[in-house]
Design a protein around this ligand. Structure first.
Ligand code: SF4
Length: 755
């Protein structure tokens, strides 16, 4: 059996040495990199061959890759590297790696063309100045072959280990049994659909109710599909920590049923949660865990892979034992683990590590997206950027003198943006090139300054720099999928503005991510209507959809409409009293634990106040703004099986989804809102754009996102097949046909109930 490896992956494994060095050398964006390569190759003479595919074998190792360019006339093979800033700032160990890569290509080319020697050129192209720095070395084919053989030999032991692991893994997965005695109702239907999607290489949207065991019901079929579909990796992506915990728990159950299963699983966590030295920078001169990182990585990697089940605590313990950074060790281990559990952003964000590795290594990856209804909002945030002029001014006051000119120029261009703007908020069809240019110049100046002053640290400058880089990257891809808006405000008697590139349609960014995976399953209890999610996320045309039958019966849940109450903004004050009486009546009918959801903290508080005044004997407690974890736990702790009272919360907040209060812990919910996003200039812009794109502006901007939240919140009531409960939908609009059709099919709504 052959082991196939890319030149880049092989050399990164064998030739990376020394420190981890992620100081302020901003990598060019993907577009800048592609444009830089194109500029260099366009400068070459006729006959120049770009993107030369090369492959060669060493024992049972197949090494392949694509060299950037070859000029037969001068017999020169080139590897192009784009960068920003000063050439001297490129760390030595990066250059060492680039040479190692190029020499590998050198031998593959000599072998392919029968050359006895070749000239190798490392072409460093600076994005800002468009200048090339070319390093050239002449090599005999024999020397290159020796280098190639040495690198391959060093990798071979690892490749053998990986091959053996893969064979053992696939054999064990083929024989793997479901860890429970039987599938739950609906769980088998879901598992079969996931397996079928993996077999046909399609995307799947699965709407499946809570309580059927979705996590294990999606992970298990993918594990079973691994051998036949030659899946390299499974990525389980969650929106919240609780989703990651469920996935790790499901994997632990699978292991319990098969204790010798040779499966490597990894939990990826955010940098700020994994960093051991938050006061330091990620390079060897600052952080001891970055110093000599690549020298100690091999032992740490080996120890981790022997362990196999790598949750956050295990990875940290290994990292500290070998004195390497836990965060970057996790990123390295993602290359070698079979199942990776992490946040959405590891696959969907700009520059996401799992997506990048999938492309580089041509992995056949299967992706699971947990609670996928969150992906629209999360993706919008990933592809949006904001610059705040008040923070910029604050930073400018203490900025080094060397940056004064470029920051002043940027400030002038910024002021010009809002000078003529009469209204507080305005969206524009394009980003003025003058501002974009000034921003780019400021970024270059800061880059140069930081390269020359590597120990300089100012948190304000650093924050602005990262924000500006993100903003300028999104300027490159700005299109109808995003808004550019300027919000004007007064600060100390002067106009200041907040600039935002606001993504509203993430589909163009996400579509290539769906395309890069062998199969992706998005699952959630609320994914309807299908077309809304398909359009917003950019799912492929042939995406399969399945609505898994609910294990719950209509008899378990009474759904009543309070159609005589309007919760519209203008009727809100009149709604307080009838809502209070409705809640009190229901409570007297069946005392127990209830949740009441409102559209805002203000609304929630007003109703809670009145409720306390009129019904002081009934306990109530309120969600407040910015509750920390402990406060959230205290809020939930009041929902005991023997408890009684009403918890007031906001729809779409921490208690409206992702919480589990089975049995008597929650017997009912009051939902006094349709959850419609606020009517404001931004949402109106979104409505207009959605209307232009899909002909259903109101539905896409307001109705669908709102009802999704209502159904999620109502879903807190029935968690198991023995639960019984009641939901009140409080607003006359719930009786409208376009709203009714968005409610779950298994609900039997009492349309004539009037409370
Ligand atoms: S420990 Fe923190 S500062 Fe050090 S390399 Fe890791 S992430 Fe960077």
């Amino acid at each position: 059996m052959k082991y196939t490896v890319a030149v880049r992956a092989l050399t990164e494994f064998t030739a990376k040495q020394g420190d981890l060095d992620l100081r302020f050398t901003p990598a060019p964006s993907a577009q800048e990199g592609i444009a830089g390569h194109a500029t260099v190759t366009a400068r070459r003479a006729a006959g120049y061959q770009a993107e030369v595919s090369l492959a060669g074998q060493y024992k049972h190792l197949l090494v392949r890759g694509r060299a950037d360019g070859y000029d037969p006339a001068s017999n020169q093979l080139e590897e192009i590297k784009t960068y920003k800033g000063k050439f001297e700032a490129i760390p030595d160990n990066h250059r060492h790696l680039h040479w190692a890569q190029l020499r590998m290509y050198g031998w593959l080319l000599c072998q392919k063309l029968g050359l006895s020697e070749v000239r190798l050129a490392l072409v460093y192209f600076e994005i800002g100045s468009q200048k090339e720095t070319v390093l050239v070395e002449q090599y005999a084919a024999t020397a290159l072959q020796q280098h190639f053989d040495e690198q391959c030999e060093r990798f071979l032991a690892w490749a053998d280990q990986e091959l053996a692991h893969r064979i053992a893994r696939d054999q064990a997965l083929a024989a793997l049994h479901f860890p429970h005695a039987a599938f739950r109702s609906g769980q088998r239907q879901l598992a079969e659909a996931v397996y079928r999607a993996a077999s046909s290489g399609r995307c799947l949207m699965a709407q499946a109710p809570t309580g059927i065991g979705k996590t294990i019901g999606t992970l298990f079929p993918l594990l079973k599909a691994c051998p036949a579909q030659k899946l390299d990796k499974i990525f389980f992506l969650a929106a919240k920590t609780s989703g990651r915990a469920l996935a790790l728990d499901a994997l632990a159950q699978i292991r319990q049923g098969a204790p010798t299963l040779p499966l490597r699983t990894l939990e990826l966590i955010a940098r700020d949660k994994a960093c051991e030295h938050p006061d330091k920078a990620c390079h060897g001169e600052s952080c001891p865990l970055a110093q000599g990182f690549y020298d100690r990585l091999p032992q740490a990697r080996q120890a981790a892979l022997v362990t196999g089940a790598l949750d956050k605590a295990t990875t940290r313990a290994i990292a500290l034992e070998y004195r390497v950074c836990p965060y970057y060790l996790g990123q390295e281990l993602a290359r070698w683990c079979d199942v990776v559990v992490g946040d959405y952003n590891y696959y969907f964000d700009t520059g996401a590590v799992l997506h990048g590795l999938t492309l580089d290594n041509q992995w056949r990856a299967a992706v699971l997206v947990d609670e996928a209804h969150n992906l629209i909002e999360r993706a919008r945030k990933m592809y949006s950027a904001e610059l705040d002029q008040a923070a910029f001014h604050f930073m400018r006051q203490s900025a080094p003198a060397a940056l004064k000119k470029s920051l002043d120029r940027l400030n002038r261009a910024w002021n010009a943006l809002h000078k003529e703007q009469g209204q507080a908020y305005c969206a524009y069809p394009e980003i003025p090139p003058k501002f974009a240019g000034a921003l780019q110049q400021a970024i270059s100046a800061i880059t140069d300054f930081l390269a020359e002053n590597p120990t300089y640290f100012d948190s304000g400058l650093q924050r602005f720099y990262f924000d500006a880089l993100h903003f300028s990257r999104l300027i490159e891809s700005f299109d109808a999928h995003s808004l550019f808006d300027v919000a004007k405000e007064q600060h100390g008697g002067r106009d200041r503005s907040v600039l935002c590139i606001r993504n509203i349609l993430p589909a163009p960014f996400l579509a290539p991510r769906f395309g890069a995976a062998r199969t992706i399953t998005l699952f959630s209890a609320t994914l309807s209507p299908w077309h809304f999610y398909c359009d917003m996320l950019g799912l492929p045309q042939d995406t399969a959809c399945i609505d898994v039958e609910s294990p719950f019966t209509a008899e378990q849940l009474t759904v009543r409409i309070a159609g005589s109450i309007s919760t519209r903004y203008q009727h809100r004050a009149q709604s307080f009293a009838p809502i209070v009486e409705l809640m009190a009546r229901q409570y007297r009918e069946r005392p127990g634990n209830y949740l009441a959801f409102f559209s805002s903290f203000e609304y929630l508080h007003n109703v809670a106040e009145l409720f306390r005044a009129r019904h002081p004997a009934i306990p109530v407690w309120e969600q407040s703004r910015r509750m920390d974890e402990q406060e959230r736990e205290q809020f939930l702790a009041r929902f005991t099986p023997a408890g009684c009272g009403i918890g007031f919360a906001v729809l779409g907040g921490a208690f409206a989804e992702g919480i589990d209060l089975p049995g008597e812990r929650l017997v009912g919910a009051f939902i006094a809102t349709l959850g419609l996003p606020q009517f404001n200039p931004v949402n109106e812009q979104i409505r207009e754009r959605m209307d232009a794109a899909f002909g259903a502006g109101y539905d896409y901007a307001y109705l669908y996102p709102g009802l999704q939240k209502v159904v999620q919140a109502a879903g807190r009531v029935i968690r198991t097949q023995s639960d019984r409960g009641i939901v009140y939908l409080i607003d006359d609009r719930f009786a409208r046909l376009n709203v009714r059709t968005l409610l779950p099919r298994w609900w039997k709504v009492d349309w004539h109930s009037e409370s």
